[in-house]
Design a protein around this ligand. Structure first.
Ligand code: FES
Length: 640
């Protein structure tokens, strides 16, 4: 992609960005402060800048008077750079001086995005076979199922085939509806001993459908559900959808969900709720793709062990009682109708295998997607979610552990926290003199709350400019109206009510800060203990792959500054996003990769951190920003 250079004056900061980047995004990435109170929605009109040189494309002009437009003024959040440009930020208007920055702050500090290195070969779990056998006659009066099997074997070389009662009940009707033109749906299995394929008939349908064969990939997160509708023959994603896991109203984290499941009808209610959420995702994907529900031939889901149990209706009690035993790790395909999913009744649902009570199919799916199971490089894989999971190793060794980080980095449990969805504040820059924030929201929608990446960025910056102490408390003497007494102690106003998409101020409270501190301490302690088990320190790592439902602005320096990520060279970090969903998508396209996930799960060794006394010691030491042992974070310079 073509890149263009943007030169910001009077800061004298230059940055290269992809052609067409919004000026506000470029400023955020470069660390240049522009007042942007509405998150980039074009509502506040405060982000005016002057184009001194070069070409730009303005998406919206109403907020800029004609005379100002003629003088070169544009809204930074609504203007794209389409050549090398020089931009002047009017100092008088925002009442700020030039902020000197060192070279390090001018660099792009976001983790490099990582696409899965695994290339799937289209090999669907369920194939569709278009059939037109001869109709029964006096000289050929074999049963309907025999006719079907015979045609599959003779004309398509598909055998052996097993058929259950459900599908045999459909067969006489569907076969005759269109004069023996029908479609057979066959799930492909591989014999353990001979490695030869065998088939399970899951559906028969009159006629030959004109729509493509699709699969549904689903990530069942404790906080959020994500789904993709994937063409099984091409691998193309036709639609995506996400929403909160409706189980949230029954508990924020996996432990409280288990507790709820043990109440009368609790498990049934939890199962109904998650299925309701997935059904909504199915509906949205079908609406977006304009495809009928019959196009869905199977579904692959990845979730942590507790979420998988609750989705399948498996009794979760013993997951939280020593010695922490799941009901099942490897579950045979389940018909959608048994689970209550609004999919064709015999559509089979597969879940990723788990490893332990708190290391589930989502992390196995993530390991499948990130490729560490086949690489030499010593890798630390961190999935920052409500249930923080960690894997360390390479193709020779895979060690894993989990820690209960809580939902803070997914926006849960915070007064204005939200997942990385439109309207979430994900990019933020605080002017070190005025303490005014410049905010950027996802999809430039009016601010509704703050997501994980925004939380990391804001805490780090508040710490650096001295309005937040290292124990996570606000400096009460900071000269800004944005720090004020709230209902639960001091709070910082990120966005005033009049500039937000809510009718109230968006704030970050000290209670929120406490939750975030605990979440980051749990993650830090988790990966430190795990590496210790295999005799490594963070310095021995070749790379760190970060997964999680963040926005796209994870600033590595900020994540290191708060003590969430290890202080190692920034080029070692990669960001893979929702790796659980990526793994589920790979399995939808290539059934061999689903089989591979079973081998990966088998190869992973779980370390039970709750049994490890050093975990709690590390956790307590990490309840400080960045850490009580500053020597672990040599690059973090505070108070400068
Ligand atoms: S109008 Fe651009 S940030 Fe508000």
């Amino acid at each position: 992609m073509n890149r263009v250079s943007i030169h910001f004056l009077p800061d004298d900061v230059k940055i290269e960005v992809p052609y067409g980047t919004l000026l506000l995004d470029a400023a955020l990435e470069a660390g240049v402060f522009i007042r942007a109170a509405c998150g980039g929605s074009g509502a506040c009109g405060q982000c005016k800048v002057r184009v001194v040189k070069g070409s730009v494309e303005a998406l919206m002009e109403e907020k800029v008077h004609a005379a100002a437009r003629a003088a070169g003024y544009v809204l930074a959040c609504q203007t794209r750079a389409i050549s090398d440009v020089t931009i002047e930020i009017p100092l008088a208007k925002v009442g700020r001086k030039v902020i000197p920055r060192d070279e390090a702050e001018r660099m792009r500090l976001t983790a490099r995005p990582m696409e899965s290195p695994i290339v799937p070969e289209p090999d669907p779990m369920t194939i569709r076979v278009f059939m037109h056998p001869p109709a029964p006659a006096t000289h050929d009066n074999v049963s309907d199922d025999e006719r079907l099997m015979r045609t599959l074997k003779v004309e398509h070389e598909i055998y052996p085939v097993a058929a259950g009662l459900d599908v045999l009940k459909q067969l006489p009707h569907e076969a005759r509806k269109e004069d023996w033109e029908f479609t057979a749906y066959l799930e492909v299995e591989t014999c353990h001993d001979t490695h030869n394929p065998w088939y399970r008939l899951t559906r028969v349908q009159a006629g030959h459908p004109s729509y493509p064969s699709m699969a549904l990939a689903v990530d069942i997160g404790t906080t959020s559900l994500w789904g993709e509708l994937v063409n099984v023959d091409t691998g193309e994603v036709k639609a995506r959808a996400s929403r909160y896991n409706p189980q949230i109203s029954m508990g924020d984290d996996v432990i409280s969900r288990i507790v709820y499941a043990l109440k009368k009808d609790g498990l049934e209610r939890l199962q109904t709720q998650v299925v309701k959420g997935i059904n909504e995702i199915v509906e949205e994907c079908l609406q977006k793709s304009k495809l009928p529900v019959d196009c869905i031939t199977y579904m692959v889901a990845a979730g942590n062990t507790v979420m998988t149990h609750l989705f399948l209706g498996l009794y979760p009690k013993y997951l939280r009682e020593w010695p922490y035993v799941p009901a099942a790790h490897n579950v045979a395909p389940v018909p959608a109708s048994v689970l209550g999913l609004n999919l064709p009744p015999q559509t089979h649902v597969r879940v990723f295998p788990g490893v332990a009570s708190y290391v589930g199919g989502d992390i196995v799916s993530g390991v499948l997607a990130n490729g560490m199971w086949q690489d030499e490089e010593m890798t630390l894989f961190i999935d920052i979610g409500t249930n923080g999971e960690i894997v360390a190793g390479n193709k020779d060794l895979l060690m894993t552990a989990s820690c209960s980080a809580g939902p803070a980095f997914e926006g849960g449990g915070l007064e204005f926290g939200m997942r990385a969805a439109p309207g979430a504040i994900e990019g933020i820059l605080i002017d070190p003199e005025t303490f005014e924030p410049m905010i950027r929201t996802i999809d430039s929608k009016p601010a509704l709350g703050i997501c994980g990446s925004g939380i990391i960025n804001i805490i780090s910056q508040m710490l650096k400019i001295g309005i937040l102490n290292q124990n996570g408390k606000y400096a009460s003497d900071a000269k800004t109206p944005r720090i004020r007494e709230g209902r639960s102690g001091l709070e910082y106003v990120i966005c005033w009510a009049k500039e937000s998409g809510l009718n109230q101020d968006i704030v970050l409270t000290e209670v929120d800060l406490d939750n975030i501190l605990r979440a980051k301490a749990a993650m830090f302690s988790g990966y430190t203990c795990l590496l210790d088990k295999i005799g490594l320190t963070v310095d021995a790592l070749d790379r760190v792959i970060i997964a999680g439902a963040f926005g796209s602005f994870i600033n590595l320096d900020h994540a290191v500054t708060i003590g969430l990520l290890p202080d190692i060279p920034r080029e070692k970090f990669l960001f893979i996003g929702n790796s659980s969903l990526k793994g589920a998508r790979l399995a939808c396209i290539d059934r061999k990769l689903y089989q591979k996930s079973r081998e990966i799960a088998h190869a992973m060794t779980n370390v039970e951190l709750s049994e490890d006394p050093t975990y709690m010691d590390n956790f307590m030491a990490a309840l400080f920003l960045p850490h009580t042992k500053v020597e672990l974070f040599p690059s973090v310079q505070l108070g400068q």
